[in-house]
Design a protein around this ligand. Structure first.
Ligand code: PBG
Length: 338
């Protein structure tokens, strides 16, 4: 290539810093934007009234009794957050090997959904379908001779989903990773008259070390002990397998897909986004939240700025929306024009 042509193709005529020279120009050329519409708030609920107990490993996050959860969800709605996801922290007494409480139509989650539906409108309620908050062993499925049973677990998940839908849940979000559960859940919901209830599948959920604080929040850490979830959650060495998981769940009727965890898995999010044309959500999980909070509290990071950057990274990688425990704080910041 002749020197003059090479020069024509680049510097000094081309200077990428020109578009970055001022705030207004950076705003003008920004490729992605974060808004409250992108955020989903996960919430922990607990028994009782006017009760709020802190989750030690997640500063700023609390287990809320139903009345306080309703208030929080109202606040989320006022800030423009389109949906919340609720997780139960139930009494140890109510946990057993079969997760009986998961299919009790009056359980904490059903009570919460009913209470929210009575007093807040126009916000989506996402309920978790998995057995771990209800089992005495902390696994997401039934256990027999040390093995996690697939098809027997799926049957219970179907009952769990139907009672949640009956209580008023808008989106059923199975986080259990059993095979074939999306098709079975769709059939069960349809048979019970809930054709309009959406399914958001945790399609690619990895056996991750970043879930620790969540397990503490729902009280399953001790129950799980030294056991792991590697026979059903995905191996973090794999990514082609994630595409197979997603393809199957779409074929079985999932309306939306979730990739989890978040930041360490942006490559998976990107590949799924490029391959399939369905809404793809991502989950900034408890361990990711805890890391930013911990560094922030030590003064090693600017907490707000780090959350903003991390959430923008999800957008850049193609997320339709993001579950984040920081949703309320971020929505408030965005309203102020961050
Ligand atoms: C369990 C479930 C987990 C999370 C959501 N649902 C933990 C696990 O699989 O052990 C983790 C969420 C987080 O860490 O924020 N069904």
């Amino acid at each position: 290539m002749k020197k003059s042509i090479r020069e024509n193709a680049g510097f000094p005529r081309v200077r990428l810093r020109r578009n970055r020279k001022s705030v207004w120009s950076r705003r003008l050329v920004a490729e992605n934007r974060l808004s409250a519409d992108d955020l989903i708030l996960p919430l922990f609920v607990t028994q009782g009234e006017n009760k709020k107990t802190p989750v030690a490993m997640m500063p700023g996050v609390f287990r809320l009794s139903v009345d306080l959860a309703v208030k929080k969800i109202k606040e989320a709605k006022e800030l423009g957050i389109p949906a919340v996801a609720i997780f139960p922290s139930i009494d140890a007494k109510l946990r057993d090997a079969k997760a009986s409480e998961a299919v009790n139509a009056k359980n904490l989650i059903c009570q919460t959904v009913a209470a929210v539906k009575k007093s807040v409108s126009d916000i989506g309620i996402i309920t978790d379908v998995a057995l771990d908050p209800y089992t005495s062993h902390g696994q997401d499925g039934l256990v027999k001779n040390g093995e996690i049973l697939n098809d027997e677990t799926v049957e219970i998940l179907c009952c769990q989903a139907v009672i949640q839908a009956r209580a008023g849940a808008d989106i059923i979000a199975p986080s259990d990773m059993m095979d074939g559960r999306i098709g079975a859940l769709r059939d069960a919901l349809d048979a019970a008259g809930f054709e309009a209830v959406q399914i958001m599948s945790y399609a690619a959920k990895y056996a991750s070390n970043f879930y620790g604080p969540f397990r503490d929040a729902v009280g399953s850490t001790k129950n799980l002990g030294k056991a792991d979830k590697k026979t059903y959650q995905m191996d973090f060495a794999n990514s082609n397998e994630a595409l197979r998981e997603v393809a199957l769940d779409i074929a079985e009727g999932a309306d939306m897909i979730l990739i989890k965890p978040g930041m360490p898995y942006l490559d998976i999010l990107w590949r799924v986004r490029e391959t399939f044309h369905v809404p793809v959500f991502s989950y900034q999980v408890s361990g990711e939240y805890a890391m930013i909070k911990a560094a922030g509290s030590l003064g090693w990071l600017d907490e707000k700025a780090a959350f903003y950057e991390s959430l923008m990274a999800f957008k850049r990688a193609g997320a339709t929306g993001i579950f984040t425990y920081y949703a309320i704080e971020m929505a408030r910041e965005l309203r102020g024009g961050l």
